[in-house]
Design a protein around this ligand. Structure first.
Ligand code: FEO
Length: 397
């Protein structure tokens, strides 16, 4: 049985849930799964908006066929060429050989390098309108959200924004497809932030530029390529994206450490206890060797206070912490309060390396780093207390 889900009378959701893939794009764990959303607009002309990951559905073409009932698809709009959305392009072109591929010049350069297509292009520029009949599609170039070719498609007739990855989320759609059918805060917000921070976050300034382009556009639906469709509380998802792309955070602290023998971990607990005694309730501690980096980045995106600890390993940081700090540099995460701590057994190196990380970021160091030799004693714990107090003072400022 094929269930068809309509966004409006003539716009269909053709999403599929992927609960099998362990790592999205071989990097990010998917404990809650993910959906790949494709959309079909049936009008005098028929347009498909993005496709799905290759192999994620064996009945995608049948679902389309059932809806269009012997007609052909006139346009395939490629808002984003990444393979989780372009995976079915070849199958679509094979089945509908007269289809026009709609995209911008950058899209086509990638299309050509993936599929070799050169003569079935319909090139669009920013602001161009494609008329399907009732539906009129305007193309909005939003480069680098999060690939160079990314664009959005806005239906002037029904005020639908097909946004590509923007406003998307990890998490399969478990029955509920629309924002008013799900418990967003409970099941999706965290995964949406993990998606944003890890995949789109590096391009936050481009997200802000995209917002400028969307200003004044009346949006009734946001149809992203991942996660729920928004039709009830559009402002919620817009304001979350606005907040995250401005690096606005909550007043709380995430402590992340690398510890081989438990000494650095003891310091993490001492710092957290002091934060708690001073009334901070949002405190999270993570062992970087146990928790996947995508969750650590997500928590850093959430909280203003970041306290990083590392034991010394071959005169540097523990590799898991080194990986985290290098990734934070690469993403260019901004606007945090920072504390540093750690222990060592020979000559140190972990905290020194953390301090070098600080010099590459514009985060404010709240106090002197706490570096201690061996098992932390009263003096080390006293310095942890001073660090925690300095963090609280800055957080409350
Ligand atoms: Fe969902 Fe950037 O692909």
């Amino acid at each position: 049985m094929h269930n068809t889900v309509k966004v409006t009378d003539t716009v269909y959701w053709l999403g599929v849930n992927d609960r099998r893939t362990s790592f999205f794009e071989n990097m990010w764990p998917l404990p809650e799964g993910v959906s790949y959303n494709s959309y079909l607009i049936v009008d005098e002309k028929i347009a498909l908006v993005d496709t799905i990951e290759y192999g994620s559905s064996d009945d995608y073409l049948e679902k389309i066929e059932k809806i269009i009932d012997g007609r052909t698809i006139d346009y395939l709009i490629i808002n984003h060429m990444e393979p989780d959305h372009s995976g079915a392009i070849k199958a679509i072109v094979n089945k509908y050989p007269d289809i026009k591929l709609v995209g911008n010049l950058k899209t086509f350069k990638i299309v050509e390098s993936y599929f070799g297509y050169k003569d079935n292009w319909y090139q669009v520029e920013d602001g161009d309108v494609l008329e399907l009949g009732y539906h009129k599609l305007r193309f909005i170039m939003t480069p680098w959200v999060h690939w160079p070719e990314t664009m959005m498609t806005y239906d002037l007739a029904e005020k639908i924004l097909f946004s590509g990855d923007a406003f998307g989320s990890f998490g399969s759609l478990d029955g509920g497809i629309f924002d008013d059918e799900i418990k967003f805060e409970e099941y999706y917000e965290n995964e949406m932030r993990r998606y944003y921070s890890n995949i789109v976050g590096k391009y936050s300034n481009m997200v802000q530029k995209a917002f400028i382009k969307l200003e004044g556009i009346d949006i009734k639906y946001i149809c992203s390529t991942h996660g729920p469709i928004w039709r009830n509380d559009i402002n919620k998802v817009l304001s979350l994206y606005d907040k995250w792309s401005k690096f606005e955070t909550e007043s709380g602290v995430v402590i992340i450490y690398g510890s081989m023998y438990g000494n650095t971990e003891k310091m993490a607990d001492a710092i957290a206890r002091r934060l708690s005694e001073s009334g901070i309730k949002k405190i999270r501690i993570y062992d970087a060797s146990r928790t996947h980096i995508s969750y650590l980045i997500n928590e850093i995106w959430r909280y203003k206070g970041v306290i990083l600890g590392s034991c010394a390993y071959n005169s540097g940081m523990l590799p898991t912490m080194e990986n985290l700090t290098r990734t934070l540099e690469h993403i260019g995460v901004k606007d945090h309060l920072l504390g540093l701590f750690g222990s060592y057994s020979w000559n140190g190196g972990g905290v020194k390396a953390l301090h070098k990380f600080h010099e590459t970021m514009d985060w404010e160091l709240v106090s002197d780093p706490v570096d201690t030799k061996g098992i932390p004693g009263d003096d080390a714990f006293e310095r942890c207390r001073i660090l925690a107090d300095a963090m609280i003072k800055k957080l409350n400022a």
